[in-house]
Write a new protein. Structure first.
Length: 390
């Protein structure tokens, strides 16, 4: 097979880039090692910044998101039994976020690829990029026992933290930065009415908690747990009891509980690989960087990578201008590190750490007091939450 851009990874990043390129006449192929059902079964974040939603509209796949997504103009931070609102709309001059599950984003992108008869190869095994420092790169894979090859101009790795793309770069040509946090998030999805119309981030001595939602009949809740905990250690009743303890009393009293639809523990990690380019191979999304979910930057940071790559490929193929491709890594990383800073700061502010001293706890409280005493500090929080400009 011959194409212009070979995309490794059929998650939202790879599908969004594929859809955008295809609409501009730039041929591409997506190789995904899992089945479509497997990809759609992943439960992930659901807070979309305005830059991401604009990309979905440009890709022609935003109709359902605009119809069903929940526009949120603020969120709450709870601490010491008190809940205080961050007014995103007022603090940013009119910006907001849309709460719309990543599963739904992926489904919309698949539908878009289907309508355009885009090439998405599922169950592509043993995917491997080759010739990344040559003028003729290619990707090999196996499908139904047959060895296959895709010749291309460029390769984009959207295959996540454990994918082959970053692993294919020689160790002396890439540098990684990482912090692994000593806790995880136990998440529960339930067919219950959300306890709040807007998200609640709760700091508590027992650990962090988050009240989120996917719709008015589908709630997503999280509690901070030790990394040694297992999902089977947590019955539904134990989870709901623990969540209530960490919420302000008036919120806990309104909590509607029910059987869990999905339950999982996600470890928290900060990770950046740089540069995000090696010859004709470009990294995007989780293949290059991961953030704790506290700041809702993961999918949104991936979208900014897609934005820069998409416009760089447009300039290359339509104008013969390679400057965007040459500048991609530096430009993407500048925004990635700002997202890392925000996620790191919010994680430090709201979680309980095993080795936390009384001084550290006091500083968390002082930081929260300062945050809500300063319009400038709140504006900085809101600016980062709705998404920095591309």
């Amino acid at each position: 097979m011959k194409t212009q851009v070979a995309i490794i990874g059929g998650g939202p990043s790879g599908l969004l880039l594929s859809q955008l390129l295809d609409r501009q006449g730039i041929a591409n192929v997506v190789l995904e090692k899992h089945t479509r059902d497997y990809v759609l079964a992943r439960i992930r974040a659901g807070v979309l910044e305005h830059g991401f939603t604009d990309l979905m509209r440009e890709a022609g796949v935003a109709e359902r998101m605009d119809r069903e997504g929940e526009v949120h103009e603020g969120f709450y931070i709870a601490n010491a039994g008190e809940r205080r609102r961050v007014d995103l709309h007022a603090l940013t001059g009119g910006s907001s976020v849309i709460v719309y599950g990543q599963t739904e984003v992926t489904r919309d992108l698949y539908d878009g690829r289907d309508r355009m008869q885009g090439i998405v190869v599922h169950e592509a095994e043993d995917v491997q990029p080759h010739g990344m420092e040559t003028a003729q790169p290619f990707v090999t894979y196996r499908k139904n026992g047959e060895a296959l090859r895709v010749d291309c101009d460029f390769i984009v790795g959207c295959d996540g933290y454990h994918g082959v793309s970053r692993a294919s770069i020689p160790a002396d040509r890439i540098r990684t930065y990482e912090r692994v946090y000593p806790f995880g998030w136990l998440g529960v999805l339930s067919h219950t009415r959300p306890v709040s119309p807007e998200l609640i981030y709760a700091r508590h001595a027992r650990g962090f908690a988050l009240c989120s939602l996917r719709s008015q009949v589908l709630s997503r809740y999280y509690v901070q747990v030790p990394l040694t905990d297992r999902v089977q250690d947590w019955s539904d009743d134990r989870f709901w009891d623990e969540l209530r303890r960490r919420l302000p009393a008036e919120v806990a009293a309104q909590l509607q509980t029910g059987p869990s639809v999905e339950k999982s523990i996600a470890p928290l990690r900060s990770f950046v690989a740089e540069p995000m380019r090696y010859g004709k191979l470009f990294l995007a999304g989780d293949a290059a960087h991961i953030v704790p979910p506290t700041g809702a930057r993961g999918l949104n940071s991936a979208a900014s990578d897609v934005y820069y790559l998409y416009h760089a490929f447009l300039a290359h193929y339509q104008q013969g201008d390679a400057s965007g491709l040459d500048a991609y890594s530096d430009k993407a990383l500048a925004r990635v590190w700002k997202g890392q800073r925000f996620s790191w700061w919010l994680t430090q502010l709201l979680h309980s750490f095993p080795d936390q001293s009384a001084y550290d706890q006091h500083m968390q409280q002082v930081e929260l007091d300062y945050l809500f005493s300063s319009q400038h500090a709140l504006a900085s929080l809101a600016e980062n939450y709705v998404g920095l400009p591309y």
